[in-house]
Design a protein around this ligand. Structure first.
Ligand code: PEP
Ligand code: MG
Length: 876
């Protein structure tokens, strides 16, 4: 526990610094750091995240003495500003903002202009010589405070403003006079009284107490909870609260406010990127209500402030050695920084920034590797628009977040969520987005807004999510009521397809063709760096030569799982497979299998070639046979015609193969035990293909993998059968071949008898899909109906089929490793369940000493990165 609850910053000195992020939050610790660096920051104080935790732990009671600490810090702030709370002449006004250790942009509450009341508003007017500004600030404060703190619906204020504009016969808010605004303040207060059943508080200390409560309260609002969930943000104890003296960007034409990044957050280009609005408050820029100007234009408007801003932003990046996202305000020509933080960026920008910062010497290669968020890399591995595909461009907006998105147009977040549940892809089209739209933005493929700039809510959130976004597309006219938008002469209705190019900002009609991604440039360079550090090998799960080629391009070092059954569905092979299944006896099955042999051999040959001498693990048939038979009446009839077998016989066979619980039924090695001829054919095909490779002068060590073993005797029987076939093939070809026979560990019994199994198995590959199913007792097919609720309730922190359950399934793996190594110290160990490409699981696999992970081709770069990061984190 920290020795105090409140930390001051101001007058060039702060109680905290940037290393105190957990305690002061990102915003608070960086405000302290900036103050210490001499950057102009309005003074203020930070109430710690520990106070937030204690507030929730103690039934919303604050630690004793907190108010005294706050009062003491208010005094310090008053003296730094030469202003006072409640002062008639020179009133102190403050902002109250949240700030956790990890930023949740826009998700929690903020109160601005706090300290205004009927007395101080006059003081502000006198001090600034701007009566209109003072009354406008007051009405904004009532609006924001009563919304955030008292739960008053702010639509009512908008109606009141509209009515006033009508009465005065004007169009813009800015055309309302000080007297009009004064009248509105009275109306606003009446609205508060009526809606909340109490008066608007006039005492600044009460205003502050209530605002602090609201900000701590917003830590657990729905938006913040959803944001943490979507972004997998865990382990935070709460938010800090920052109370800071207000500076005003809306005090006239020499005032303004803006947001800027030290490098381009969409592309990574080393060029300042941002926007500003003159005569505006910070929220106006982020809310996207008025479209701001790009930052370079500030040079003309306010040359001195621009120059100072550029120098300071550059020094902040050099100091933090990271791309910064900054908020600033210019009050009557004087520049203030209100915030600096590590800027959110797309995966492409992250790679470019990391690689370029390393080449600039700002960071080293290891830091560059650690900088990349493995979960984010996924964005670059998704399809992009085929450059050759025709495009019908109907509008162009701001290229706010890159990527290619194709989907059906929806106009509300709810519709995006709803259509996703029905398996549909959507593009969310909004005039602008707000934090309420977060779930819909997550559900949509891409986001298109008519208003707002490159730092609007839509742009910032989309970039954080790695979603394609075209923002501020003023060429489109949205009609929410009629559920359509107009782009020039083209009308696009709800559920029409459009395509968004987040890199060019183009909006296209219809579904533009996409192509697969590849590793090149910065991506491929950073991946080469990962190979210098990682210990784990990364293989791929691939069933076809095409998978193998894709995975090689992504840097796979072999195949960890080739599911041979997928080959059974290729072309017209399924006919031979069905003939085999429906045969009455062994001879009939062998006849059908003989037809499959050359096809399987051809597949293996192609895969061995694509893998260029890297190891290839081929798993013998696993799924229950009924999966290959038709279920629909019409399909059964067609099959009966094709095969010349009666419908009746076919149906009998299908029903004989029916199982109540096929996942625990006649599958895996149980098929090999009962129908040995199937595995015999597969082993023959593998060995014949390997012999051909060897004869062509290339190296290959095939690894034959037996699935679903639970008892060592299953393995010893099947291994003996396989060796007989292999010996016969080698003798016939007069070739001596190295090979391995091993097993999957996916049945708990196999894990806990791994010492017995290791006597037979030369390698273990953890099949964590089945091992999770059988260890947790969750059906792979049926757990979708309750697991999400389990995760919501925190019973499991993550879906154990996605992120390895380290305490349960992971423990099972550790037991198997320990027992296996006792018998066969050099036993090769890998994982081939879906977890092999999930970052937290890959890190775990590194920590328990596996030799390799195997994952789908598109996750190979992710696994390579995590494998390297795991080593670098250990070194730290
Ligand atoms: C597993 O169970 O983890 C596995 C890789 O096999 P499958 O998913 O094919 O059952
Ligand atoms: Mg399995």
């Amino acid at each position: 526990m920290a020795d105090k609850n409140v930390y001051f910053f101001g007058n060039g000195k702060a109680d905290g610094n940037s290393t105190m992020r957990q305690l002061l939050g990102g915003k608070g610790s960086n405000l302290a750091e900036m103050t210490n660096l001499g950057v102009p920051v309005p003074p203020g104080f930070t109430i710690t995240t520990e106070v937030c935790k204690s507030y929730y732990d103690n039934n919303k009671q604050y630690p004793a003495g907190l108010q005294a600490e706050i009062n003491e810090n208010i005094k310090k702030m008053e003296s730094a500003m030469g202003a006072k709370f409640s002062d008639k002449e020179n009133p102190l006004l403050v902002s109250v903002r949240s700030g956790a250790a990890v930023s949740l942009p826009g998700m929690m509450d903020t109160v601005l202009n706090l300290g205004l009341n009927d007395v101080t508003v006059e003081g502000l007017a006198k001090k600034t010589g701007n009566e209109r500004f003072a009354w406008d600030s007051y009405r904004r404060f009532i609006q924001m405070f009563s919304d955030v703190v008292m739960g008053v619906d702010s639509d009512q204020y908008e109606h009141a403003i509209d009515a006033m504009k009508k009465k005065r016969n004007v169009k813009l808010d800015t055309e309302l006079s000080a007297a009009d605004l004064k009248e509105l303040v009275s109306e606003f207060k009446a609205i508060v009284q009526k809606s909340a059943g109490e008066m608007f508080p006039s005492d600044p200390i009460v205003q502050l107490q209530k605002s602090i409560n609201a900000v701590f309260g917003s830590w657990n609002n729905d938006r913040a909870i959803t944001y943490r969930k979507i972004n997998d943000i865990r382990g935070l104890i709460g938010t800090a609260v920052n109370v800071q003296a207000m500076v005003f960007g809306n005090m006239g034409e020499t005032s303004g406010t803006g947001v800027a990044f030290t490098r381009n957050p969409a592309t990574g280009e080393n060029l300042i990127y941002g926007e500003f609005l003159m005569n505006a408050q910070g929220e106006d820029v982020v809310a996207g209500v008025r479209t701001p100007e790009t930052i370079d234009k500030l040079e003309k408007v306010m040359p001195a402030a621009y120059k100072q801003f550029m120098t300071l932003s550059d020094s902040l990046e050099k100091h933090f050695k990271e791309m910064q996202d900054m908020e600033f305000t210019i009050q009557e020509g004087k520049l203030y920084f209100l915030q600096t933080r590590t800027g959110k960026r797309t995966a492409a920008a992250a790679l470019r920034i990391a690689v370029e910062m390393a080449s600039e010497g700002l960071i080293d290669e290891k830091t560059a590797v650690l900088r990349i968020d493995a979960n984010q890399l996924d964005q670059l591995l998704h399809p992009m628009f085929d450059p050759k595909a025709p495009r019908q461009v109907i509008a162009k907006g701001l290229n706010a977040s890159p990527g290619a998105a194709v989907g059906k147009v929806v106009f509300s977040a709810e519709d995006a969520v709803h259509l996703k549940e029905m398996g549909e892809k959507t593009i969310l089209v909004r005039v602008e987005t707000s934090p309420e739209d977060i779930a819909g933005m997550d559900a949509a493929q891409g986001i298109l807004t008519a208003r707002g700039g490159a730092t609007s809510h839509a742009a910032v959130v989309a970039r954080g999510m790695g979603k394609c976004c075209v923002a501020g597309c003023s060429e489109i006219n949205i009609d929410y009521k009629a559920k359509k938008f107009q782009a020039g002469s083209v009308t696009v209705k709800e559920h029409d397809f459009i395509s968004l190019d987040g890199t060019s900002g183009e909006v296209m009609l219809g579904q533009v063709k996409t192509t697969t991604a590849e590793l090149s440039g910065n991506f491929s360079l950073l991946m080469k760096w990962t190979d210098k550090y990682k210990r784990l090998k990364v293989r791929t799960n691939g069933d076809t030569p095409k998978d193998a080629e894709t995975a090689r391009k992504f840097g796979a070092e072999g195949i960890g799982l080739c599911r041979t059954e997928h080959m059974f569905f290729e072309g017209n092979r399924i006919e031979a497979v069905r003939e085999m299944i429906l045969a009455d006896d062994k001879a009939g099955r062998e006849k059908a299998l003989a037809k499959l042999l050359p096809m399987q051999k051809g597949d293996f040959l192609a895969i061995f070639k694509a893998m260029e001498g890297y190891p290839v693990t081929i798993r013998l048939l696993d799924p229950p046979l009924h999966e290959f038979l038709p279920t629909k009446e019409s399909d059964i009839e067609a099959l009966s015609k094709d095969m010349g077998v009666s419908v009746d016989k076919l149906k009998k066979r299908v029903s004989a193969l029916h199982e109540f619980n096929p996942m625990l039924g006649h599958r895996g090695c149980r098929l090999g035990i009962t129908f040995p001829e199937i595995y015999d054919m597969q082993v023959k095909a593998i060995i014949q293909a390997a012999i051909e490779i060897k004869q062509s002068g290339k190296d290959i060590i095939p690894e034959i993998m037996i699935p679903l073993v639970g008892h060592v005797k299953e393995l010893s029987i099947l291994k003996e059968n396989a060796i007989k076939i292999i010996d016969a093939e080698m003798a016939a070809a007069k070739v001596k071949l190295e090979y391995m026979i091993g097993t999957m560990i996916e049945v708990p019994r196999a894990a806990i008898t791994a010492d017995e199994i290791a006597k037979e198995a030369e390698f273990f590959s953890f099949g964590t899909n089945d091992l999770t199913q059988m260890t947790c007792g969750f059906s792979r097919d049926d757990s979708g109906s309750f697991l999400p609720e389990y995760v919501d309730k925190g019973i499991y922190e993550r879906d154990p089929f996605q992120a390895l359950d380290q305490t349960g399934v992971g423990e099972m793996m550790k037991i198997a490793i320990e027992k296996g190594r006792k018998v066969r110290p050099k036993i090769k160990l890998g994982i081939c369940g879906e977890h092999g490409g999930e970052p937290s699981s890959v890190e775990f696999c590194h920590s328990i000493g596996l030799d390799y992970v195997s994952c789908s081709p598109f996750r190979v770069p992710i696994a390579r990165l995590v494998a390297a990061q795991a080593v670098l984190k250990e070194q730290k």
